[in-house]
Design a binder for this molecule. Structure first.
Ligand SMILES: Nc1ncnc2c1ncn2[C@@H]1O[C@H](COP(=O)(O)OP(=O)(O)OP(=O)(O)O)[C@@H](O)[C@H]1O
Ligand SMILES: [Mn+2]
Length: 439
């Protein structure tokens, strides 16, 4: 071999070596991106592979990731088949059954509360179809309020009323008008009483009957003052002639009151029937940090669900995914903790929904798109209410409430828009992993 030949051979070997290193790396990166253990749609994952950034850019990175998944899902919405866009005739008898059950009707005050307290089983708080629901609703709307006090439970202003017939209820007052539009983080603002009522109706429609029974009601704070205990009275003040209250709680301030209206002399609020039984409280695995610019692990790690799967039984995870679907529809991004009854997840505290009809906080759906699974029963129920049937049914239930209209037209439009986003998310998961995503 000449010197020249040896040089050629050496150069060829070096080139081959470089090629080998390059291709191994390429396959390694691809393997990372496919990520079998952490089921996330492939496109979702690769589009979210944002170049590494320094810590101060962390939020941008997080926003970039969620936004790219959202973009992908939004693109998929356009291609949804007609089953997702047309009405499914099967919803109609279900709607009629619900409207009949929920329709307010006459009751006996000495038996009505016992009926309701006998219903809860596991996390199901009321029956699927029972005209006695209408009796409980009417009783909540009409029963005389005998005593009132403050409760420090939770962090926001809440009262406890003792109703005739020996039943206590929680009262969450109205802080906003129906067309309020809250900007900023998803958990902004105070409770929305209408959200509590709508959540009850939506839970019935989706057959996630895990919410308390709730009605809207106007109460006179002047009358409440007369039956309030001393502690509550101490937080009730007059503004001109109107009676106001600020209560005692973590976020209660004398400068932040709710008051009787000047016209009718009443204040709107939601009356929540107290769910009997013992609850356990857990930190949500998808809890937010509640700090601007600080992200939680679930916001950074697309493979986060694999970790949650190691820590929770499948049933709990499926409950949390159902809750995420529910919360995404109402736009409640504040389920920092969840409570269980007989080991099943409750949908308690639904006051942070419907803050902004024009906004879809997509990351509320993270449990669904990060785990890529959903209960088959939930999926089929969602499909039953396609093509506008969801809000048609919801409007009819909402109409039964004394505070109707509970939502503006824009909120109903928002609900339908989000339902399509849920369909598209599940379809993307199904395309990637097949029908095994339905549990
Ligand atoms: N309908 C109900 N039946 C029984 N208990 C209830 C009901 N609603 C709320 N609670 C209890 O009261 C606690 C506080 O209620 P809620 O979570 O609605 O208040 P909050 O002020 O929004 O609290 P947070 O700021 O922690 O979200 C709940 O954790 C739950 O244990
Ligand atoms: Mn809350």
């Amino acid at each position: 071999m000449t010197k020249r030949h040896r040089l050629y051979l050496l150069l060829t070997l070096v080139a081959l070596l470089i090629l080998l290193i390059f291709s191994t790396n390429f396959y390694f990166i691809r393997w990372l991106a496919v990520d079998q253990e952490h089921p996330v749609p492939a496109q979702v994952h690769s589009r979210s592979l944002v170049p590494a950034v320094n810590e101060s850019d962390a939020l941008i990175k997080v926003v970039g990731r969620t936004a790219s998944i959202q973009q992908l899902v939004e693109t998929r919405v356009v291609k949804l088949k007609t089953v997702f866009k047309n009405r499914n005739p099967r919803y109609d008898p279900v709607k009629r059954g619900l409207v009949r059950s929920f329709g307010a009707k006459g009751y006996n005050i000495s038996t009505v509360w016992k009926i309701a307290s006998g219903w809860p089983s596991g996390n199901e708080i009321f029956p699927q179809k029972d005209e006695k629901i209408g009796k409980v609703i009417r009783a909540l709307q009409e029963a005389q309020i005998l005593r009132a006090r403050n409760t420090p439970r939770g962090t926001q202003l809440k009262l406890v009323f003792d109703l005739a017939g020996k039943q206590s209820v929680l009262f969450k007052p109205s802080w906003y008008g129906r067309d309020a539009r809250l900007e900023g983080p998803v958990y902004s603002g105070k409770d929305r009483h209408n959200s509590e009522v709508v959540a009850f109706h939506l839970g019935a429609i989706l057959n996630l009957r895990w919410t308390p029974i709730v009605v809207g009601r106007k109460v006179s704070l002047t009358e409440i003052y007369a039956i309030a205990d001393d502690e509550l009275r101490a937080t009730m003040i007059k503004n001109d002639t109107r009676q106001c209250v600020y209560g005692k709680c973590h976020y209660c301030r004398q400068s932040e009151t709710v008051c009787d209206s000047s016209e009718g002399g009443t204040l709107e609020g939601a009356l929540l029937l107290i769910i009997p039984g013992k609850f356990a409280k857990y930190r949500s695995p998808w809890q937010r940090t509640y700090q601007n610019g600080v992200s939680a692990e679930w916001e950074r790690n697309d493979g986060y669900c694999a970790k949650v799967k190691e820590q929770l039984p499948l049933e709990r995870l499926l409950d949390l995914i159902d809750a995420a679907v529910f919360d995404f529809l109402i736009q409640n991004g504040d389920r920092h903790h969840y409570e269980t009854r007989e080991d099943r997840v409750l949908l308690m505290d639904n006051g942070k929904g419907f803050g902004n009809a024009f906004k879809d906080h997509f990351d509320i759906l993270a449990p669904l798109y990060q785990c890529c699974m959903i209960r088959r029963t939930t999926w089929e129920r969602l499909l039953m209410f396609s093509g506008g049937a969801l809000t048609e049914t919801l409007r009819e239930l909402n109409q039964i409430d004394l505070l109707n209209p509970l939502l503006t037209k824009e909120h109903y439009i928002g609900l339908e828009r989000r339902l399509l986003l849920i369909y598209a998310t599940v379809e993307l998961c199904r395309e990637k992993y097949g029908s095994k995503i339905l549990k």
